[in-house]
Every structure is written in structure tokens, then in C-alpha cells.
Design a protein around this ligand. Structure first.
Ligand SMILES: *[C@@H]1O[C@H](CO)[C@@H](O)[C@H](O)[C@H]1NC(C)=O
Ligand SMILES: *[C@@H]1O[C@H](CO)[C@@H](O)[C@H](O)[C@H]1NC(C)=O
Ligand SMILES: *[C@@H]1O[C@H](CO)[C@@H](O)[C@H](O)[C@H]1NC(C)=O
Ligand SMILES: *[C@@H]1O[C@H](CO)[C@@H](O)[C@H](O)[C@H]1NC(C)=O
Ligand SMILES: *[C@@H]1O[C@H](CO)[C@@H](O)[C@H](O)[C@H]1NC(C)=O
Length: 465
């Protein structure tokens, strides 16, 4: 890693930078982009959502799905209006939940998005179940679970709903909120269910374990699960977990997984973080940070969803709003949708960040991260803090790799992505902060990020040589 820039250059940039306050601040760290490190074609891996799709087809206009690059959905009828509490309340309540999930599946497929079916939700373990609700295999009795799978497999086939389909065998069994039964019973459920689904739905991806906890050699859910699937020949097609604790980072979590896979002689299958980001992180800065983190390790990412009831089935996981969204006049079926500030980050990520990706590293304190692409004309760097304030730097190395001189001046076009109005506010695009000239040498340019609020993300663009 390069040393920090001399204060002189920092001060010079500060004068020309609209983000700058009028006094010098201590630099907490530097996120570095390496333009010479081509990491492949972008496919906006982080553009998935957990729930967020209305059960009425077409309620959200198509362009709002398309512009954000919607490519992954995950649902299973949770929290639909009663009577729809799932299989454990009888077939009629199963049917209502299934109808919601099937509708969401069809919406996803309209946009060529993949769909992860949450069979634990359809069963009824969506977190609203009571403390005596049954779990598969209670007291060694699998009859209800077996009958449930028979019904569900039949319904999926009858509706021709297997293209683009993955199944999360159980969501967050490491939380009693979703699995209030012994751990050993969960492993048995996994093995039993995996082999049956593989046989009866051979084209469908079976993924998991969807733990709330990230991979960790001292977590007995992880060690127990990996040991079980290795001995049971029920290895998931993707390694899934959630990043919703407000801490951790993707390189650390992936590194821990990688070591565990070596320990248990398991294959390095793709990663799917099918819930990422806490609610506070679902603002432009937090989303830019998560996009950078997920892209670095080539992980598929789906935004977590912190809304409940009918709002869980609305707003594309807190990327949209509509009139009366936050009042008692909220209507689950009303239209009039508009994007929020966070949406604009995903739109830019999808529509503008084209060409090829280049490698980057976060600041060593893991607070600032960047995602960058090199297009046919323009280099684009998206950056965000993990919802904090302070001063960091972005360093862009190997400028000659995009045909620029190794020293000179670089005109950088800056955009801000504000979170005006919060999760339910309307923001129709980023704010153009204009062009600023930066002097550089040594084939590298560095400029400060004066982060005076916790939510604004920034994009920097410059022409190739
Ligand atoms: C708890 O939920 C189960 C279904 O999951 C139901 O059969 C049972 O009656 C419920 N118990 C109470 C006290 O509501
Ligand atoms: C995997 O585990 C399940 C549940 O215990 C069991 O029914 C199945 O026979 C096991 N399969 C293999 C290949 O070990
Ligand atoms: C918002 O709710 C108010 C009060 O119920 C209603 O009068 C108004 O028409 C609603 N606005 C829209 C755009 O639906
Ligand atoms: C993104 O691309 C569109 C279409 O080319 C363009 O109109 C828009 O200005 C770009 N946005 C930014 C922030 O560069
Ligand atoms: C290129 O970037 C990727 C992703 O950030 C990183 O894993 C890799 O080590 C980098 N390679 C080089 C040569 O810097």
C-alpha cells in the first residue's frame, strides 16, 4: 500500500473540492483502485432483493425494476394478510401463502431475475409463529414435513415454476426466531430435504445454510453443518449466509469460509449473501459500501428487508416510496411509486458502471470502500462510507493502464448521491457537483472524501487517455 499523500496535495485538492469543509481533518484511511487489475465484466451482483415485490402483478412499473438492475428475488409468502399463516395452520393458509410466493416468482421471471424460494416461510416459520409452533421432525415425526414437500413440489411443477429457481432449505436456523428446535434436528432436516429435492427437482439449485452468523471456525452451526454435509453428500450449490449484524466484512467472512472449506474438504462453490445490510445501511453510502464489498469477492447479494406486514411486500426492499407510504393512509395496493436516494445508487451501478470491473481495496479501517469500472470512454468510481463521518481518501493507481500520462492534471467529474428524505423520500437522480482538476504524479491520483453526513455516496468520473 502506498503511503499517505503529503498534506500539501491534500490541501490543494481540498480547496477545489466542494465536499471540503474549511479546515483540515485527519485522514482515517485510503481506499485504493487499481486500474490495471481487470476483474471481469460487471453483472451488478448486488442488485437482488429480499421480498419487496407486491403480490399484484404490475403494481410497480417495469422501468423501476429494470433501471435498478433487478436480478435476484427471494420470497415465500411471509406475513401475508390472514388467513395465510402457512402449512402449519392447514392447507387453506398454505394456499394463500403459496399464491403470494408464486406471484413474486412470476414477477421475477418477467425481468429474467432468479428466484430463491423460502420454504420455511411457506411452512409458517416466518418469525411470527408462536412458541409452540411445530418444526419438521419434532419428536422424530417427519410426516407433516414430508406431506408438505409433496404438496409443494407438486404445486411448483404444476405451475411450471422451476426455471431460475433456487431453494434456501431453511432460513437462519441459527436463530431461535426461525428454528426453535434442536440443532441436530436441523441437520437431519437438511439431509432429508436436500436428497429429496435433488431427486425430484434435479434442475433446481439447493442453497444454504443461510445462517445469520457469518462463517467462523468457532461457530458450531458452521462447523456442524459443514461436517454434516460432507458426510451426507448434501453440499449446497451455493454457500449462503447473511451480513446483517452491522459489523463484519466480506473479505474476512469469505476468508473464514475458505479456510473452513479446506478443513472439511468441501468445494469452493459460489457465495450468495441473500440478505445484506441493516436498515440504517440502506442509504446511498451504505449501499455503495456493500456493493464494493460484494463485488470484490464475486458474491451475489440481495438487500435485506426491514419492513413488515404488507410493506414487506412493497417498495423493492426500501428502494422506492409512494404517496402516503408513511401515514396511516398507506395502501398496500396503491401505485404512484417514486425512487429514493438509495435507488439512484443501484441505477448508476446498473446502467452507468459498464465496461470492465477493476480491483480495489477498502480503507484499512474498513469504513470507506470503492467499486470501479472502466468503460470505453470513462472511468467510474463509486464510493461510500459505512454510515459514519470523517475524512478518508480515494487513491486511483495505474492511470497509464487506461492510457493516461503518469503525471499531469486530471479532470474529475463528481456526483453526489444524497439520501434526501430517508428511506421514503423522493430523489430523482444524483447531484452534479461539477468538474475539478487534480494534479498528480507517480501514475496515481489521490483525493479526499470529506464525509460530513453518514448517508451520501459519491461517484467520480474521468475520461480515459
Ligand atoms: C400455535 O401455532 C400452532 C400452529 O403453528 C397452532 O396449532 C396452535 O394452536 C398455536 N397455539 C396458540 C396458543 O396459539
Ligand atoms: C443424509 O441425511 C439424511 C437425514 O439423516 C438421511 O436420510 C440420508 O440417508 C443421508 N444421506 C446420505 C447419503 O448419507
Ligand atoms: C393520502 O391519504 C389522504 C388521507 O387519507 C388522502 O386524502 C389522499 O388522497 C392520499 N393521497 C394519495 C396520493 O393517495
Ligand atoms: C448515466 O448514464 C445516462 C445514460 O447515458 C446519462 O444520461 C446519465 O447522465 C449518467 N449518469 C451519471 C451520473 O453519469
Ligand atoms: C485484483 O483485484 C481483486 C479484487 O479486488 C483482488 O482479489 C486481486 O488480488 C487483485 N489482483 C492484483 C494483482 O492486485
Amino acid at each position: 500500500m502506498r503511503p499517505f499523500l503529503p498534506l500539501l496535495l491534500l490541501a490543494t485538492s481540498a480547496l477545489s473540492n466542494p465536499l471540503a469543509p474549511h479546515h483540515q481533518k485527519r485522514v482515517s484511511g485510503t481506499s485504493i483502485v487499481n486500474l490495471g487489475n481487470n476483474t471481469g465484466t460487471p453483472s451488478h451482483l448486488a442488485s437482488g432483493i429480499l421480498y419487496g415485490i407486491p403480490d399484484t402483478p404490475g403494481q410497480i412499473p417495469g422501468f423501476l425494476y429494470e433501471d435498478m438492475g433487478f436480478n435476484y428475488a427471494r420470497a415465500g409468502g411471509a406475513q401475508v394478510a390472514a388467513p395465510g399463516r402457512g402449512w402449519i395452520w392447514g392447507v387453506a393458509e398454505y394456499t394463500n401463502r403459496f399464491a403470494s410466493a408464486l406471484s413474486n416468482y412470476k414477477t421475477a421471471r418477467t425481468y429474467d431475475a432468479n428466484f430463491i424460494f423460502l420454504i420455511h416461510d411457506l411452512w409458517g416459520a416466518d418469525g411470527t409463529q408462536n412458541s409452540t409452533a411445530p418444526y419438521p421432525g419434532d419428536d422424530g415425526d417427519w410426516s407433516s414435513w414430508d406431506a408438505y414437500l409433496t404438496r409443494w413440489i407438486s404445486d411448483m411443477k404444476a405451475n411450471d415454476a422451476t426455471d431460475g429457481l433456487s431453494i434456501d432449505i431453511w432460513n437462519e436456523p441459527d436463530l431461535t426466531y426461525f428454528w426453535n428446535a434442536p440443532q441436530a434436528q436441523y441437520f437431519q432436516m437438511w439431509g432429508r430435504t436436500y436428497h429429496r429435492l435433488r431427486t425430484e427437482l434435479p434442475s433446481v439449485k439447493l442453497i444454504g445454510p443461510a445462517f445469520a452468523g457469518q462463517p467462523d471456525a468457532s461457530n458450531n452451526w458452521w462447523t456442524g453443518f459443514l461436517s454434516f454435509v460432507a458426510s451426507n453428500a448434501s453440499v449446497p450449490d451455493e454457500w449462503v449466509w447473511h451480513m446483517e449484524g452491522g459489523g463484519g466484512d466480506m473479505e474476512g467472512a469469505y476468508g473464514a469460509l475458505f479456510n473452513l472449506l479446506e478443513t472439511y474438504s468441501l468445494p469452493n462453490h459460489p457465495i450468495n449473501i441473500d440478505e445484506y445490510g441493516i436498515y440504517d445501511e440502506q442509504v446511498p453510502a451504505g449501499s455503495a459500501w456493500w456493493i464494493s464489498q460484494l463485488e470484490r469477492v464475486n458474491a451475489i447479494g440481495l438487500r435485506g428487508n426491514w419492513l413488515s406486514g404488507t410493506q414487506l411486500h412493497d417498495f423493492l426492499a426500501s428502494l422506492l416510496s409512494k404517496p402516503n407510504a408513511t401515514t396511516s393512509s398507506y395502501s398496500a395496493t396503491a401505485g404512484g411509486y417514486f425512487p429514493n436516494g438509495d435507488y439512484q445508487v443501484y441505477k448508476y451501478y446498473n446502467l452507468n458502471m459498464t465496461g470492465y470491473r477493476v480491483g480495489s481495496s477498502p480503507s484499512t479501517d474498513l469504513k470507506l470502500d470503492t467499486y470501479a469500472t472502466v468503460g470505453s470512454d470513462t472511468v467510474k468510481v463509486l464510493t461510500g462510507v459505512r454510515i459514519t463521518t470523517g475524512t478518508w481518501q480515494v487513491e486511483i493507481d495505474d492511470l497509464s493502464a487506461v492510457g493516461l500520462a503518469t503525471s499531469g492534471t486530471l479532470n474529475i467529474h463528481t456526483w453526489s448521491f444524497p439520501a434526501t428524505g430517508g428511506h421514503f423520500g423522493e430523489v430523482d437522480g444524483p447531484t452534479d457537483l461539477g468538474w475539478y482538476e487534480h494534479t498528480y504524479s507517480g501514475n496515481s491520483v489521490t483525493f479526499p472524501i470529506y464525509q460530513t453526513d453518514t448517508s451520501t455516496a459519491y461517484a467520480f468520473e474521468f475520461l480515459r487517455g
